[in-house]
Write a protein that binds this ligand. Structure first.
Ligand code: SF4
Ligand code: MG
Length: 317
């Protein structure tokens, strides 16, 4: 069965400052083993929050996260710990996420030793093998993060994640800070690791070209909600949701690499005070009276395709 790896989140909320902000809500997403799901949206739409929840870094205030079909809250502490190790995060800025005072040997080797995956006396060999796996020279073991280029540092970040033998990588803007040529190398590395280690990815990015290139399915988020979820080729070929259309149709078609978010009319509303009904209604060219009153549910519009727009109810799928 496909859904060996399954995460399920519903009505998630996050506490930001002292105000309870629904950074993410009503999200319902399952990721199948071996799949790459891209998560795109403008900054502040909640995609990082969702990624952190999936990776177990940020607990949801409500809702359910399932791992291999089981509610995480129902697992024993040991099983929950195991599930958390199996989902690792790769961050955007490797410099900020790597301790500058630690050598690569310790950055990569610490977690597997602490978690009992590798005996301490074998840690160096283990780190050397992990570095080789991400295309780094094992001779770099004794160096510090500042002695590497941006692309190499991101490889160290990936090695650190891989060192605990994860099944899932949550990549949050993992190539955004890199030059385009280095981006391509790191993306190729992710895809090679996917094959070699049967990894599953939740790939968070604001870069439509990158997501189109690597994702099997794509989820588009707007103000804390998934508004469209579909197989990537179908979504990019024929987006359903007006927000997805605005993103894709108005983006320059010069080349896939150049496809970025097009300016959409209007400002992104504050997540502190989202518009009523469909949160996209102030910016939507198709908004109807109903749109400001009633929030559209994410509903199936075709096999494996989901969209949250009232237009689908009036015109049919
Ligand atoms: Fe536009 Fe209404 Fe659909 Fe929202 S529900 S995307 S406002 S048509
Ligand atoms: Mg972010």
């Amino acid at each position: 069965k496909l859904d060996v790896v399954e995460r399920f989140a519903r009505r998630l909320g996050a506490a930001i400052d002292d105000r309870a902000v629904q950074a993410v809500s009503g999200v319902d997403l399952s990721i199948a083993e071996g799949e790459v799901v891209g998560l795109v949206g403008e900054s502040g739409c909640g995609k990082s929050t969702l990624g952190r929840m999936v990776a177990g870094i940020l607990p949801p205030s409500a809702g359910t996260l399932r791992w291999r079909g089981r509610d995480l809250r129902e697992l024993s502490p040991a099983d929950r710990h195991h599930a958390n190790l199996k989902i690792q995060m790769v961050f955007q800025d490797p410099m900020a996420s790597l301790n500058p005072r630690l050598r690569v040997a310790d950055i990569v080797g610490e977690a597997p030793v602490v978690h009992g995956l590798v005996p301490r006396r074998e840690a160096e060999d283990y780190v050397a093998a992990t570095l080789r796996q991400v295309g780094l020279d094992p001779a770099y073991l004794r160096r510090y993060p500042h002695q590497f280029s941006g692309g190499q540092r991101q490889r160290i970040g990936i090695a650190r994640a891989l060192a605990v033998k994860p099944d899932v990588l949550v990549c949050d803007e993992s190539v955004a800070a890199l030059d385009v040529s280095i981006q391509a190398q790191i993306i190729n590395l992710f895809m090679r690791l996917r094959e070699e280690l049967s990894l599953t990815y939740l790939f968070i990015s604001h870069d439509l070209g990158v997501v189109e290139h690597i994702s099997d399915r794509t989820a588009i988020m707007y103000l804390g909600r998934i508004v469209e979820l579909a197989p990537t080729p179908e979504l990019f070929d024929k987006p359903n949701h007006p927000y997805a259309k605005a993103l894709l149709d108005e983006a320059p078609r010069v080349s896939v690499e150049k496809r970025r978010f097009a300016p959409i009319r209007g400002e992104i509303p504050s997540p502190l005070d989202p518009p009523s009904g469909c949160a996209f209604h102030p910016r939507c060219p198709h908004a109807m009276p109903r749109c400001s009153a009633e929030r559209p549910a994410l509903r199936a519009i075709a096999p494996r395709r989901w969209s949250a727009c009232h237009l689908n109810e009036t015109t049919g799928p």
